[in-house]
Design a protein around this ligand. Sequence first.
Ligand code: UD1
Length: 422
Amino acid sequence: MDSILVTGNGPLNGQIPIAGAKNACLTLMPATLLSEEPLTLTNAPRLSDIKTMTALLQSLGAEVSSLQDGQVLAMSSHDLTSHTADYEIVRKMRASNLVLGPLLARFGQAVVSLPGGCAIGARPMDLHVEGLEALGAEIELKDGYLHAKTTGGLKGAVHEMRFASVGATENIVMAATLAKGTTVLKNAAREPEIVDLVECLRKMGAQISGEGTSTIEIQGVDRLHGATHQVVTDRIELGTYMLAPAMCGGEVELLGGHMKLVESFAAKLDAAGVSVEQTDKGLKVARKNGRVNSVDVVTEPFPGFPTDLQAQMMALMCTADGTSVLEERIFENRFMHAPELVRMGANIEVHGGTATVTGVERLKGAPVMATDLRASVSLILAGLAAEGETTVSRVYHLDRGYEHVVRKLEGVGAKIERIKDL
Ligand code: UD1
């Protein structure tokens, strides 16, 4: 398995282009299943998770071709041959469950493997099932698979989710686009990726309002047509690279970045002593003074502080002046990066869903291991700011969510290389 070697190399300066959002692309791709006509996505990120979703759609009989170095995905679901999402693909990536709503809406049936647990928590699908059942689906669990069907098609309904799940909102909204009548989804998730999905569905002919608020209303239509859509900027990649100059010093401009995508995160950086400025091209980030201050963080659904930036923020807090408390409220087991950061000299105590971090002057390089996507990039950030060499192994996690990470960080002066496992 490849690893990444990082050597602390002082301040970082220059520009980093931010890719299209992985999480938006992973819900936009299954939207192709809702129509017989082609759906084209531009600004798609070049990531292994996108390849996994491509393989899943192809296993259902969809055509997916990637053009212009993978940034354009041309998809067609004209001749689907299967409505079963197999365990072998779903177990690799939980977002595979996003084919459930579209398949059910278009064909009246779907069989989707339950994803099972993953490193960061149990991640069940009860909220997806409850929402689709409210639209009239009959769903049962057999042999590890959800078997869903409708008699006479899905019907619009008023449904309130017990928790604002991102994936459940996406599945329910996609299913409701082809249901008979009106669906009102209350306590819906408000993430920018959901707004992006709705904008694309609207281009395909769906009638939806309220995206970005906690009540989304969908007026079902008979069919959806083809469209071309540009994937929104990846706010998690953006936030991750915003931390690079915050941790190492210097000034970095994140091209394509927009404040509205990272408002609560930028507010925390501001409180920590890091300035974030909107420019014509993106966001410019630099420390206001020397060492950053400690700040407390609680992860919450959007517009709160994103769980997907918690590990990276913890890396920043490791060298902050003072003690910070990070509370993880979305996933029950998302502090696996903490013991690895401790190996680099960090002072962190974890109790349940709370991590208390007391900043040290400087981290020290060490061999460390990543256990999930965001944990692995937090270790790279820590390595950039540490004294000496850090080797991050198991980088296949990184390939799921960060394209050209070495090239992007080298471009602003980082000393980083990928060591190929021969
Ligand atoms: C999405 C993102 C992921 C991010 C997460 C929270 C994608 C592909 N992934 O994941 O990067 O970390 O949002 O912002 O977009 N839950 C249930 N029952 C359900 C569904 C979820 O209990 O039916 C729980 C989960 O276990 C978790 C919490 O709800 O504790 C949040 O999950 P959810 O918002 O659904 O996250 P995902 O859509 O899986």
